[in-house]
Write a protein that binds this ligand. Sequence first.
Ligand SMILES: C[S@@+](CC[C@H](N)C(=O)[O-])C[C@H]1O[C@@H](n2cnc3c(N)ncnc32)[C@H](O)[C@@H]1O
Length: 307
Amino acid sequence: MDLSLLRRRFLSCSPVGEIWTKDIIKESTQQDILLSTVLCECLKGRPLSQSYTNNFMKTFMHKIEEFGGEIYDCTYEAYGDILSLSAPTVEHRHYDLSDTTICLQESGSLVAEGTTGLKTWQASQYLAEYLLANKSLVEGKKVLELGCGLGFLGLAICAACRCGSYILSDHHSSVLQKLHANIAINEEKLLCIPNVEEIDWNIASAAASSPSQLHGLDIILAADVVFDKELIPSLVKCIEKLVSSNSQCQVLIASTIRNPDTYASFSQAVGDTGFQRKQVVSNATKLFVYDESSEIVIDRVSKASFS
Ligand SMILES: C[S@@+](CC[C@H](N)C(=O)[O-])C[C@H]1O[C@@H](n2cnc3c(N)ncnc32)[C@H](O)[C@@H]1O
């Protein structure tokens, strides 16, 4: 049984999939599985969704029976304890990096409180994998993230890389509120503490100039921000304004191509603005568990030509 993969999938509330092997019928393996999942230290005070945990335990016990094994007391007891708990008021997900684990207050809903920002999307996990494999792109750099949502990408980077500074930004009040909570939860693990700015692309794109704290950026990051054709002109204009104080500023935008038409509008808008655009080929090792049913791409965008 691959306990590390099981833990990774469980803690991030991802589908566990066909991971089960016959050794789960052994009492010692059942104990190890419980310690890697429902009894994991990091869940103390930071629980996952109750329904996810319940379903996981049901699947685990069902698999033991399918393999013709006995469900040992340790497993029954853990299940009983879980059933006796009331549903948590705040749900979390935990993401294992190579050396640490980051935790986010996060529900699984695709849209909640009128925003898509209260969930971690796959493009941010894909971009995090790329940047963790290419740390020099952010280490020592002044980094701004647009449309950061709950902060997964920024927190993963700040936990693993010594950025010069990192600004997380979004426009939605509930998103910003949860973002502050997520920074606080992870603060002790971070090598660089991010700042938070409220940036609305519609407002920033129309402003005469960017505020001084956003001048001199080395790199701008954004993940899963290309999803609504109507937002693309202001997003691209906002980026154009932000890079104007440093023509060498690089921009990395990770997009899940759910609708090729929307992505084509983005490519067109970037080209019309006179930016260079090049797709990055990611060399990264997979660290996170996310939906890969739609293609995910990283575009490198710059005013300067690529070397
Ligand atoms: C699909 S979510 C992606 C969140 C995060 N980057 C991720 O990948 O998990 C899109 C994000 O863009 C933000 N957003 C949407 N419209 C925006 C605008 N006009 N200005 C700034 N952020 C915006 C939303 O609040 C949300 O956090």
